[in-house]
Design a protein around this ligand. Structure first.
Ligand SMILES: *Cc1c(COP(=O)(O)O)cnc(C)c1O
Length: 361
């Protein structure tokens, strides 16, 4: 039986009526951008994350750019970022006017350690972007102890919990994506910025709307980066279910371990004390490409995401210099995402593991 790599639609089936009603409410209300649904979602999402403020923006990439600008990052500044991540984590730094400085990751957890960040610091470092990659938790507190503000890129970690709180509530500021395939997905693009710093929240609110408080006077060069009402309304329907969906993703990770997958591939190490809501379940094997072929032949959805790490992508080479990142190279070479979702069954996990065995039929 085929098992899809992800399954965003099954968990939404029981919510169809509520989702339709939410969309109809917006159409009938006639407010489409930054209206009552966005305001309500911002409050509800902030509470869910455990931050004082959430600010809806257009997508998870602009969330990073706007948050960096809110921190005062701009031309002449360096921002440390891991290279083993989605391209947007670094692209957003360039679009804020700053220079990304790439750091390594631990291939067992896929996140950067404080040592990796320390090795990348320069006299011009103004902030650090830590990525909670695949839903695992990066060591925000340890990196903050280096004396720099930490922006948490939590695009893949909605629903994850950790020893120091949830991603998005640990560092100075957190960013989320509501791209449809993420743990909490809209019906289009969307994003949010979270922070417990009142002043920073106010600055970010001004920045997301052209640098204006009243739409008449303009105090900064900002952005048009807004969450719309339809997306906020459908996100509000889904948000109460995020904890259960996250628990299911974490449980599926444990099912893979219990089914003996570690005999065939290295499983991701959850950060101690964390319950990762695995956005992607990413294993490592020396022959990952051959393994991918075998799984595909058995109808198992799988793919590598970051074979060429960000610092080796052509537009980033001017920032990367000759940096050597052995953990990143190891992760890039060996990683393979296999099926996970809020709806995957224990039987499906068993089928995936069976397909790893050399003579799986
Ligand atoms: C998805 C993602 C983003 C960007 O989010 P968009 O909403 O697609 O712009 C940024 N960082 C990471 C780690 C992501 O996975």
């Amino acid at each position: 039986m085929a098992v899809p790599l992800f399954d965003p639609s099954t968990p939404l089936q029981p919510l169809r009526d509520e989702l339709h009603a939410a969309v109809a409410r917006v159409l009938d209300g006639g407010a489409f951008v930054l209206g009552p649904e966005v305001a309500a979602f911002e409050e509800e999402f902030a509470r869910a994350v455990g931050a004082r403020h959430a600010i809806g923006v257009a997508n998870g990439t602009e969330a990073i750019t706007v948050a960096l600008r809110g921190l005062g990052v701009g031309p002449g500044d360096d921002v440390v970022v891991p290279s083993f991540t989605f391209y947007a984590s670094a692209e957003a730094i360039v679009n804020a006017g700053a220079r990304p400085v790439f750091c390594d990751v631990d291939p067992r957890t896929y996140v950067a350690t404080a040592d990796h960040v320390r090795a990348a610091l320069t006299p011009a470092t103004k902030a650090v972007v830590l990525v909670h990659l695949f839903g695992n938790v990066a060591p925000v507190r340890e990196v903050e102890a280096l004396g720099l503000p930490v922006l948490e890129d939590a695009a893949q970690a909605a629903g994850t919990t950790g020893p120091d709180g949830a991603p998005g509530a640990i560092g100075t500021v957190g960013t989320f994506s509501f791209y449809p395939s993420k743990n909490l997905g809209a019906f289009g693009d969307g994003g949010a910025i979270t922070t417990s710093d009142d002043e920073l929240a106010e600055t970010i609110r001004v920045l997301r709307f052209h640098g204006s408080r009243d739409k008449v006077g303009y105090e900064r060069v900002g952005f048009n980066s807004r969450l719309d009402e339809v997306q906020a309304a459908v996100l509000r329907v889904q948000l109460p279910h995020l904890p259960a969906w996250a628990a299911h993703r974490a449980q599926a990770g444990r099912w893979y371990a219990e089914a003996g997958l570690d005999a065939h591939a290295a499983l991701p190490d959850p950060t101690p004390g964390a319950t990762p809501a695995w956005h992607l379940f990413v294993v490592r094997a020396p022959d990952s490409d051959r393994m991918a072929q075998r799984l595909a032949e058995a109808g198992i959805g799988c793919r590598p995401y970051y074979r060429v790490p960000v610092h080796r992508q052509p537009p980033m080479r001017e920032f990367a210099g000759g940096v050597e990142l052995p953990g990143t190279e190891e992760a890039a070479r060996a990683h393979l995402a296999i099926p996970i979702s809020a709806a995957i069954t224990r039987e499906q996990v068993g089928e995936v593991v069976a397909a790893f065995a050399p003579h799986a039929g």
